[in-house]
Design a protein around this ligand. Structure first.
Ligand code: GDP
Length: 370
């Protein structure tokens, strides 16, 4: 018969199969812990205890919703972390329903990717409008960068201000930078003291980790969920690194006549179909090459070069990448077309733009933020 072990830190059922999911422990480590009759910890809790370093973990859809509803029953602050570069991919639909009446602090991470020319207030207004559309009325919004340590102490001040001595739950989908952020917060909260506490609910699969503020309250890390709308979801692990930008975006501008096409690797195709000579600026990761062709040659170019000149995707992933579908945008004034997870294209003058992208990936038009 198979034995079940539970992590002393987060209460997750220990498993040795999937390193991205909660409760993961390498078999060799588990064997050693059992042999030495030591308490069993999952890798995520083990690293946090020993190196003060938190790792990301994810949950299945059902468990994720279960975990969110458990937060609704608490009296706590919800710290909702989103990726500024992929707001659509960051949104948890129905979050409002799940977190009850608890106040939400909206934390937009990866602000370092935005060039200095992007007005921070406009950015903030845009994301607040965005949150509202999802029924979220945050008590406050803050733009931060976990990687570059921008506004981290200010964030901790806000968390302390709004939690009023209570717990703070950090929620977010995977890849928004939640673990990086929590690691920075742990440094600010202080020192190398024993950062995790034993779960109050051993045996649950919710996998929450408690990082104490003081004797009575904690910052609680919750596992993320893999979001189907994220473009990263359709790529192999090493390609995901390419589409998750690490450095400030360096925009590239093309002067285009009507009936010209730009490929963003093999991921998305942008056709400028109608209008005067126009200027299109691409705010997409440097690691993905842009290629220009004539519209009439674009189909053939894609068929021949997808996965070779047009990458990512590469190798086996070419076949697995979804078929591109067309969305038509009629641009009346300077606008951005945002492709969830890939960045955006700014169009200077009126014209017609057709975007070819996977059906599941959101593409929307917004007033230009530059
Ligand atoms: P999690 O899945 O939400 O826990 O995300 P991780 O912390 O593992 O980060 C996901 C990716 O985002 C990694 O490639 C990080 O390097 C990157 N990342 C995290 N924070 C930032 C940030 O502030 N700016 C940028 N540019 N990238 C970040």
């Amino acid at each position: 018969t198979e034995n079940h072990y539970f992590c002393m830190g987060c209460g997750a059922t220990i498993q040795t199969e999937n390193h991205e999911e909660i409760g993961y422990t390498p078999t060799s480590v588990l064997t050693k812990m059992l042999e030495k009759e030591e308490p069993v910890y999952c890798q995520r809790c083990f690293r946090l205890r020993n190196y003060n370093e938190l790792q990301s973990a994810s949950l299945s859809d059902d468990d994720f919703l279960k975990m969110l509803s458990s937060i609704a029953e608490e009296d706590a602050l919800v710290v909702y972390v989103v990726d500024l570069f992929d707001l659509y991919g960051s949104m948890i639909s129905g979050l409002k329903r799940f977190i009850g009446n608890n106040p939400v602090l909206f934390v937009a991470n990866k602000v370092d990717l935005y060039p200095k020319s992007v007005n921070r207030n406009r950015l903030k207004n845009w994301i607040e409008r965005f949150a509202k559309e999802y029924g979220i009325r945050p008590v406050d919004t803050i733009l931060v960068s976990a990687n570059k340590r921008i506004q981290i102490d200010e964030l901790l001040d806000k968390i302390n201000e709004y939690r009023q001595g209570k717990d703070a739950y950090v929620v977010g989908v995977t890849n928004v930078g939640k673990s990086t952020l929590i690691n920075k917060l742990i440094q600010s909260i202080g020192g190398t003291k024993d950062v995790i506490t034993t779960s109050q609910f051993p045996g649950t699969t919710l996998g929450q980790i408690y990082i104490p503020f003081d004797e009575k309250s904690s910052l609680i890390d919750t596992p993320g969920i893999i979001h189907r709308h994220q473009i990263a979801h359709y790529l192999a692990e090493k390609e995901v690194k390419k589409v998750l930008p690490q450095k400030e975006l360096q925009p590239k501008t093309f002067q285009l006549n009507a009936e010209q096409t730009i490929f963003i690797g093999g991921l998305v195709r942008v056709d400028y179909t109608k209008g005067e000579r126009n200027s299109l600026t691409f705010y997409t990761p440097q690691t993905i090459e842009l290629h220009r062709t004539k519209l009439e040659k674009a189909d053939e170019f894609y068929a021949r070069h997808n996965g070779t000149i047009l990458t990512p995707p590469t190798g086996d992933n070419v076949k697995q990448y979804p078929t591109l579908q067309k969305i038509v945008f009629s641009v009346k004034e300077k606008s951005d077309i945002v492709i969830a997870g890939l960045g955006w294209v700014t169009i200077q003058k009126p014209g017609t733009i057709e975007i070819w992208s996977p059906k599941e990936v959101d593409v929307i038009k917004r007033p230009s933020i530059i």
